[in-house]
Design a protein around this ligand. Structure first.
Ligand SMILES: Nc1ncnc2c1ncn2[C@@H]1O[C@H](COP(=O)(O)OP(=O)(O)OP(=O)(O)O)[C@@H](O)[C@H]1O
Ligand SMILES: [Mg+2]
Length: 297
């Protein structure tokens, strides 16, 4: 399912004195299969953009389609409104949304019930066996032992486990696109590493496309295939991480931090040492070793 938007614009509190553009003329295609990053300063429109992807924000200006589902405003008028509402359900089944601190939305008495809720939301009158199989599958996907956690209160789990349960509650609907807003916020370094590993595992196995909002440029350089940079509601650039971090002028203007690898690369350059790298840790180390070896000759 490709995501295609053209000229997308959005104002909160539209037609009131508080109206303000949170998105302006955003045109972007995210292809099925991408591990796509979204970056930008606070208030730049990242969350507003991703909220459009499962119609939590309705398209006001421009067009947006997710796979076959056209979310453009003109498609919702008159008779088509009813049909649109039906398709919203399909959309929300296909696009799983993991909000910031998703564990704050856990509510049920047991882990089982919490994850099952996500399944029942999208499947009419499922049998008990179906629900059990779906919950088991989703918990195992996020690396939790079904028998150990199913009867526990979600609130008795560790922070990282809670977040996994919350993600399982989204995965249980078997979305093809998974959108996560700052999924690593508040996790310790080990928790972050585990979560990225989980996302890669999901990307390889069950979820076609991953879209992740992140403030951490090291993570973006390491994990994303392409990145969109937002600034003040507009889309500044869409590029691979290496193209983006090569663009030193843009990065400097944006005031965003750069990955450690980009920082050291630029420091080396100031000292007359130039290396080419894609800014991932492994590639960077390899390039430094090559540089060292070449200077030994
Ligand atoms: N519910 C809302 N009502 C009114 N204005 C909002 C609302 N949500 C966001 N905004 C405004 O819209 C703009 C874009 O906000 P958005 O939350 O999309 O930014 P963001 O890039 O996700 O920021 P952050 O990194 O802080 O999460 C900001 O000016 C913000 O103040
Ligand atoms: Mg946000």
């Amino acid at each position: 399912m490709d995501i295609i938007c053209n000229g997308l614009g959005f104002q909160y509190s539209k037609k009131t004195e508080f109206a303000k553009y949170a998105l302006k003329d955003v045109s972007l295609t995210i292809k099925s299969g991408e591990f796509f990053g979204i970056i930008g300063h606070t208030g730049s429109g990242k969350s507003t953009f991703i909220r459009h992807l499962n119609a939590l924000c309705e398209v006001q200006e421009g067009s947006l389609s997710v796979g076959e589902i056209d979310l453009s405003p003109e498609k919702k008028k008159g008779k088509k409104k009813k049909e649109y509402k039906k398709r919203l359900k399909d959309l929300r089944k296909s696009v799983g949304m993991v909000f910031q601190y998703p564990e704050q939305q856990l509510f049920a008495e047991t882990v089982f019930e919490d994850v099952a809720f996500g399944y029942k939301n999208f499947n009419e009158k499922p049998s008990a066996e179906e629900v059990e199989a779906a919950v088991k599958g989703a918990l195992s996907l996020v690396g939790l032992d079904y028998n150990l956690v199913k009867d526990k209160s979600p609130f008795d789990l560790s922070g990282g486990q809670k977040r996994r349960v919350a993600i399982a509650g989204v995965l249980v609907a078997k979305p093809s696109i998974l959108v996560l807003d700052e999924p690593c916020a508040g996790l310790d370094p080990a928790g972050k590493t585990e979560l990225w590993a989980l996302l890669h595992h999901l990307h390889k196995t069950t979820v076609e496309t991953i879209i992740v909002v992140s403030h951490d440029m090291n993570d973006v350089a390491k994990h994303c295939t392409r990145v969109a940079m937002f600034s003040d509601g507009t889309l500044k650039r869409v590029a691979t991480p290496s193209e983006l971090f090569d663009d030193t002028i843009l990065i400097e203007e944006s005031g965003l931090e750069v990955p450690v690898t980009a920082f050291i690369k630029n420091e080396l350059l100031k000292n007359g040492l130039e290396i080419k790298t894609d800014y991932t840790d492994d590639n960077f180390v390899e390039q430094i070793v090559n540089l060292y070896k070449s200077r030994q000759v």
